[in-house]
Write a protein that binds this ligand. Structure first.
Ligand SMILES: N[C@@H](CCC(=O)N[C@@H](CS)C(=O)NCC(=O)O)C(=O)O
Length: 213
């Protein structure tokens, strides 16, 4: 199994957490999205959408889109299970995961922030305001969902789920961009808990071979 990814990419980090939780070994290939390696001819052959992560399975199948990769891993390596059997809990896990993957991440992706700056000529301050606005909107919704439906040390109970795979990288990203998350106490408690867990530590940006401080 091979994973094309970037240490600071939150979509890559989601997949690394799932791989670590399921104890699946893989070969790491760093794709430096800060210098545009995701848009090179070689990478476009792997992923025409010019992004990371890309997983190459042991059979040589190439999968793009972190949520499709998480689904593949869930089916191929069912233990530990990251999508609970209970229908409503599973739905809540997907609700939180999709809030992050579909609503929050896309509007603050590198290419969007780059377009704001280069094509629309917004200032650094305006770009930061954009980032922080969408982070705030997303975390208000996350805090509300997790307060209403979450319980235990992880998002949904005392075992990690796909929701935690998505949440922790999103929190790490927001903190890296200097967002004030102190109002989101439930989110932060889950984040702090996960930061103590070996699989989450193994997947963290600063543990990756391509890490640059
Ligand atoms: N929806 C895709 C998004 C992939 C994606 O765009 N990843 C980011 C890193 S988190 C990326 O490669 N960005 C490069 C860019 O925006 O140019 C997924 O979940 O895999």
């Amino acid at each position: 199994m091979q994973l094309y990814n970037f240490f600071n990419s939150s979509t890559s980090y989601r997949v690394r957490i799932a791989l670590a939780l399921k104890e699946v070994d893989y070969q790491h290939h760093g794709v430096n999205i800060r210098i545009g390696e995701q848009a090179t001819e070689n990478h476009i052959k792997l992923n025409p959408a010019k992004g990371v992560p890309v997983l190459i399975t042991d059979e040589g199948n190439k999968i793009t889109q972190s949520m499709a990769i998480l689904d593949y891993l869930e089916q191929a390596y069912p233990t530990p299970c990251l999508l609970p059997d209970d229908l409503l809990t599973r739905t809540r896990v997907l609700e939180v995961s999709n809030l992050i993957a579909c609503d929050m991440h896309p509007v603050n992706n590198l290419r969007i922030l780059g377009y704001l700056k280069k094509q629309l000529d917004v200032s650094e301050e305006q770009k930061t305001a954009w980032y922080q606005h969408w982070i705030e909107e997303g975390f208000v919704a996350l805090e509300s969902l997790l307060t209403e439906y979450g319980h235990g040390s992880y998002c949904f109970g005392d075992q990690p789920t796909m929701a935690d795979c998505c949440l922790i990288p999103q929190v790490a990203n927001a903190l890296r961009f200097g967002c004030d998350l102190t109002a989101f106490t439930k989110v932060l408690a889950i984040y702090e808990h996960c930061q103590q867990q070996p699989a989450f530590l193994k997947a963290a940006p600063n543990r990756q071979p391509d890490y640059i401080s």
